[in-house]
Design a binder for this molecule. Structure first.
Ligand SMILES: [Zn+2]
Ligand SMILES: [Zn+2]
Length: 104
């Protein structure tokens, strides 16, 4: 349960592998989807992983986006929007959305 911490980094509350800053990384055997989905209030599903844009640690070791030098940038680090998009794509791709939520 806690072995994702070895090679992962938290950026604006979402987990990514280090140093590739990917949510799913074969090189690192890392998959942060479940934790990220749970954190943002989603049920984990099989979806494409999201990727962080260019970012680097600031002097406190907290990752900030290159564009705006912000550690909580809602444009570069807008994970909820990206995850939502990825989930929608996964469902459209034919994955059965079990659970019977009536959002639409
Ligand atoms: Zn990696
Ligand atoms: Zn930014």
């Amino acid at each position: 349960m806690s072995d994702t911490t070895a090679t992962s980094v938290e950026i604006n509350d979402a987990l990514f592998c280090q140093p590739h800053l990917k949510e799913i990384c074969e090189d690192c055997s890392f998959d942060g989807r479940e934790e990220n989905d749970a954190f943002f209030g989603f049920d984990p599903i099989d979806r494409e992983g999201i990727e962080a844009p260019s970012a680097s640690p600031n002097k406190d070791g907290v990752y900030q986006c290159k564009k705006h030098s912000s550690t909580t940038c809602s444009q570069c680090f807008g994970w909820k929007k990206q995850i939502t998009r990825s989930r929608t794509a996964a469902k459209k791709a034919g994955k059965k959305a079990g659970g019977g939520s009536n959002l639409y």
